[in-house]
Design a protein around this ligand. Structure first.
Ligand SMILES: NC(=O)c1ccc[n+]([C@@H]2O[C@H](COP(=O)([O-])OP(=O)(O)OC[C@H]3O[C@@H](n4cnc5c(N)ncnc54)[C@H](O)[C@@H]3O)[C@@H](O)[C@H]2O)c1
Length: 454
């Protein structure tokens, strides 16, 4: 079947870079995408409710580590990238990528309120010849069952008057090798023309395009990827607990297993899951599966194992302090690294927040060091208190009873950490030359536990 005249006109506009691109939600996903689209030659407008982000873009400034300010400044100066807080801009746009948050509600069910709000605003201004692509991670069926009916309220027909697709974002913040432009992009349109138009748009900015047959497939692809990680991290976390009991070094086991050139992929244990994706996305899938009467057992089990890791970390801190005859209650405990992963400033869902909360509930006197996170608001963790990053250089030896490495930032001075703290718990195998006062998660307790027995 031939593409509609409206579709063909849009296709030409995309090919000629005359199409005016829009990105709704200028966060970790949206800003890099807007920059790539602008770099590819599209005049790009970002729409975000956060006036600070909009002001930053319009001042030519980046607020995302992976996006250089020089790039935003150059694109803004060239008139190819700007931002606004109002959806009125939609009236002048041809394409829109929706990159708003998809968190979990209190009962761990999907909170699609941001997607609905954005789609409703777009629907009010939807005009013939527009391509809308949802990028927010969500359960299979969201594009067809939730977004499409909202857009159809405009009276326009999908596949003929306007075009709709889902394309999951796979960005890995902090990854120096892979970025928005060189990670293959999966695209599933509501109709073949929807897929073709979205492929044309992304193809201008992204090296490899992977078309699939429907939005549902594309939605499921993303959830498979993230569930794969959550389940494998759950497996290796369980192995770490097992190794602790059996006095085997789980890190050595994984390292040696990873020498197998096929059929094995290393995952590493740690203090629990963090970030906006891995702890959340699998529950979107299990929630949706439950609607079809299907229990996603691997997802639930991985969630239970991974969710218990902060408790295990606190038990290690308690054991480490016990080895120097100190109770957790009243001890000075420093958390090293509070961002959810190495060398990023993002603290969303960080296991450090759970660790802090559990330590606080047990009476520990808390501090943290993390140059990526200058301040930690008490609102972020239950019964939390405002804390500020402590520079280890300012700490005298012995001023900390126990330091616990929760995030292995590359800039951390672990020799210094071992000097300032009486005992250290390393949940990431970050310390390359651990002294006798270091206890590692999932490894034999040669030093700490045995040296101080009475
Ligand atoms: N961060 C990642 O590494 C990553 C990776 C892959 C996929 N994702 C997915 O991408 C989506 C966005 O994630 P993120 O990390 O960029 O989130 P983010 O919180 O960094 O950014 C979202 C932005 O959307 C804005 N926003 C919220 N509601 C809005 C609305 N109604 N209209 C306009 N703007 C609105 C917010 O102000 C914010 O700036 C989520 O579904 C997430 O799961 C994130």
């Amino acid at each position: 079947m031939m593409m509609s005249v409206t579709g063909a006109t849009l296709l030409d506009a995309i090919r000629a870079r005359r199409a005016r691109a829009g990105v709704v939600g200028l966060g970790y996903v949206g800003l890099p995408l807007a920059v790539e689209l602008a770099r590819a030659g599209f005049t790009t407008t970002g729409i975000d409710l956060d006036a600070n982000k909009v002001a930053a873009v319009n001042a030519g400034r980046s607020y995302i580590d992976d996006v250089p300010t020089a790039e935003v400044a150059a694109l803004h100066a060239a008139g190819r990238l700007k931002a606004t807080t109002t959806f009125d801009a939609v009236a002048d746009l041809d394409t829109i990528n929706i990159c708003v948050p998809t968190p979990l509600g209190k009962a761990k069910d999907p909170d699609l309120s941001f997607v609905v709000a954005a789609a409703e605003e777009v629907a009010k201004r939807l005009h013939p010849g527009m391509l809308i692509v949802l990028e927010s991670t969500t359960y299979p069926g969201t594009t067809d069952e939730l977004v499409l009916p909202i857009l159809e309220r405009s009276g326009l027909e999908v596949g003929r008057d306007f075009f709709l697709a889902f394309s999951p974002e796979r960005v890995d913040p902090g990854n120096k090798q892979f970025n928005t432009a060189n990670v293959p992009k999966v695209i599933g349109g509501v109709s073949p023309d929807c897929t073709a138009l979205a492929a044309e748009l992304y193809g201008a900015a992204i090296e490899t395009i992977v078309p699939v047959s429907s939005p549902r497939v594309a939605e499921m692809v993303k959830l498979l990827e993230n569930t794969f990680r959550a389940v494998n991290i759950g497996l290796v976390n369980e192995l770490a607990l097992m190794c602790d009991r059996m006095s085997i070094d789980v890190w050595e086991v994984v390292r040696a297993a990873a020498t197998k050139p096929f059929g094995f992929m290393p995952f590493y244990p740690g203090p629990g899951l963090g970030g906006h994706c891995i702890p959340i996305d699998p529950f979107y899938l299990s929630w949706k599966a439950r609607q079809s009467g299907f229990e996603a057992r691997f997802i639930e089990l991985a969630g239970t194992v991974n969710g218990a890791m902060p408790h295990y970390v606190v038990s290690l801190v308690s054991d480490a302090l016990n080895s120097v005859r100190k109770p957790l209650n009243g001890s000075r405990v420093l958390v090293a690294g509070v961002a959810y992963k190495r060398d990023v400033d993002d603290i969303r869902e960080s296991p450090a927040l759970d660790v802090l909360s559990l330590l606080h509930a047990r009476g520990a006197h808390l501090s943290y060091t993390d140059p990526h996170v200058p301040r930690l608001s008490g609102h972020l963790w239950p019964q939390g208190m405002d804390l500020e990053h402590v520079d280890l250089q300012t700490c005298s030896p012995g001023t900390i009873d126990c330091a616990v490495v929760v995030t292995d930032h590359s800039g951390c001075d672990y020799d210094l950490l071992q000097r300032v703290a009486t005992v250290v718990v390393d949940t990431r195998n970050a310390i390359k030359n651990p002294g006798a006062n270091v206890m590692r998660l999932g490894a034999p307790r040669h030093g700490v536990a045995m040296s101080e027995t009475v």
